[in-house]
Ligand binder design. Structure first.
Ligand SMILES: [Zn+2]
Ligand SMILES: [Zn+2]
Length: 357
């Protein structure tokens, strides 16, 4: 699936021609202060419904986050409407031709507390006062600057299989956790270091950069549009790619290989490998990295215990599960103690060569 951003008028009309009678899918987000989300929501619903827009859009006091589809021949009307809203004028859109015309079946515009569930319940800072956006070229230059602390804002299982050169990859399960760790580790460097952040599509860094500015960091930057947009710019402008390995994405592909580097290893035998799998025992379902050899030997399970359960007839497995919750909840992805080669991730102190007492 090819993504298009910031289309020129010509590129846009070519895309629409190519789509013919097909639908386009697009996504966008913007942090902005919305005084009355309910009124704004109703306005969007009425206007977009008339344009045959389908999708899922969240509106909150803090902004808007939408993923939607629409007929290609209504795109110009839609864009004109977006441009009529001050904080959406000229916004970067990720656009693709819809593959099966079934991405969305309804138009849902919902008022939410947040546009992304980020676990951050701090209303004292201004989410629109964000860091400085970097394009791929500028970002490459910052990566090489020794005054830069480059932080991966994604979760550990995402950064483990792919990350930027020189990046710190906090060993966290949630976005919220990473904010505290970064702030504590960099508390003496709020003014002298460049804090540069990146994530998958850019939205997490929008919030994080505003948060760190609020906490007194002076030089805060983020990769605009995240790894997805970076990769597109690198290809388009023929820049040096500094992303190593695979990018975790949120569509059916799950991952996209960006460079041939293998930065992770099989959690069971340690050999270089970077493809996640889920434990075949349905009661476990642990997300972990398993090479093909181990997959065969372990019958796609994370442990011998899971292997034994997985061999039982389905009815017996079901009986075993009765009354028990899933043994590995989502926050323990790849963290089971029986996986000897789960890597320790790089923390910030290591990178700055500061001794932690
Ligand atoms: Zn292995
Ligand atoms: Zn298992």
């Amino acid at each position: 699936m090819q993504l298009y951003n910031k289309l020129s008028a010509k590129e846009r009309s070519e895309l629409i021609d190519e789509a013919g009678k097909n639908r386009l899918t697009l996504s966008f987000y913007q942090y902005a202060k919305i005084g009355n989300p309910q009124v704004f929501r109703d306005h969007l619903f009425i206007t977009w419904n008339a344009l045959d827009v389908l999708g899922r859009i969240y509106v909150a006091h803090e902004g808007i986050n939408g993923q939607l589809s629409l007929p290609a021949d209504r795109f110009n009307e839609f864009k004109t409407h977006l441009d009529s809203i001050s904080f959406l004028e000229g916004i970067r859109l990720n656009i693709a031709i819809e593959q099966d015309n079934k991405s969305f079946l309804k138009l849902k515009v919902k008022v939410r507390d947040k546009i992304v569930a980020d676990g951050l319940n701090d209303d004292t800072f201004d989410v629109t006062n964000k860091g400085i956006h970097l394009g791929a070229e500028q970002f490459n230059a910052f990566i090489e600057d020794e005054n830069t602390v480059l932080v991966d804002m994604r979760n550990h299982y995402e950064s483990e299989i792919g990350h930027f050169k020189n990046a710190v990859t906090p060993d966290v399960d949630t976005f919220r956790d990473s904010l505290d760790i970064i702030e504590a580790d960099l508390k003496d460097h709020k003014e002298d270091k460049n804090l540069v952040m990146y994530c998958t599509g850019g939205i997490r860094c929008e919030k994080a950069s505003a948060y760190f500015k609020h906490k007194g960091f002076k030089n805060v930057y983020q990769l605009e549009g995240g790894i997805i947009e970076y990769t597109r710019q690198v290809k388009e402008k023929n820049l040096e790619n500094k992303f190593l390995g695979q990018n975790f994405v949120f569509d059916d592909r799950r991952v996209e290989r960006i460079s041939d580097d293998v930065v992770a290893n099989c959690h069971q035998c340690g050999q270089p490998f970077d493809v996640h799998t889920n434990c075949a025992n349905e009661a476990c379902h642990l997300l972990f990295i398993q090479c093909d050899t181990c997959k065969e030997k372990m019958e796609n399970c994370c442990s011998t215990a899971c292997m034994e359960i997985n061999r039982l007839p389905y009815e017996e497995q079901k009986a075993l599960r009765k009354g028990k919750g899933n043994s590995n909840d989502i926050f323990k992805k790849g963290r089971a103690d029986h996986l000897p080669f789960k890597k320790d991730l790089r923390n910030i102190f290591e990178t700055l060569n500061i001794n932690k007492e």
